[in-house]
Design a protein around this ligand. Sequence first.
Ligand code: F6R
Length: 242
Amino acid sequence: MEVIILPTAKQVACYGADVCESLIKTKPAAVLGLATGSTPLALYKELIKYYQQQHISFSQITTFNLDEYVGVSASHSQSYHYYMKTQLFDFIDIDPGNTHIPHGDAVDVQQEAIRYEQLIHEKGGIDLQLLGIGRNGHIGFNEPTSSLNSITRVKALTNATKADNQRFFGLGEYQPTHAITMGIKTIMQARQVLLLATGTNKAQAVKAMIEGPVCAMCPASCLQLHQYATIVLDQQAASELI
Ligand code: F6R
């Protein structure tokens, strides 16, 4: 596990975008694992800039997102389908047919999770998986107590995660309680992992991930066992490290 500490969140995003850029340059048909949430937003802005400046093309790239809420359709403004479209896909030359996100509104979500995991393998696996970290140490929606051997499946969201997400849903609106998420084993099978964390609200989770024992109570701690994991932090997220 390589840990890189940079002065600002902006530098974290640029570092992450540079890692993506160099992979795309060396492997134009790479398979990227993508995350949503607030952390990767600045990185996606950088990637759009690199595309507009003609540094990179996404025309042969395939993507797999980590997760999607159960019971939320792709057109819902809080769906991860909508997020990816409006934060990245609409602004680059990616073939929409090569972008994959679990269908949270599938009739049979268990079957959808199995299909998704199989598809990742059929496409040759993930070259670079981008991750954020939850305040409770989750990666994807692998909440504390998730099996370190888990594959893509339906997971119940913890109260802490539901509380964190509440601000995105209107008063009285349906708020998801479950998500389809890649498992920890799925993430660990990516050939390279890049986790970004910024801000003091992530400092405790970052400490547990890097200095704590490898355990299901902090799912991100499994990255200590990955052969090629890079953790990029701003000074605030690194503030609890010894
Ligand atoms: C997003 C995801 C989550 C987030 C994590 C951090 O697809 O799977 O694990 O990466 O909750 O979210 P932010 O970046 O909003 O703090």
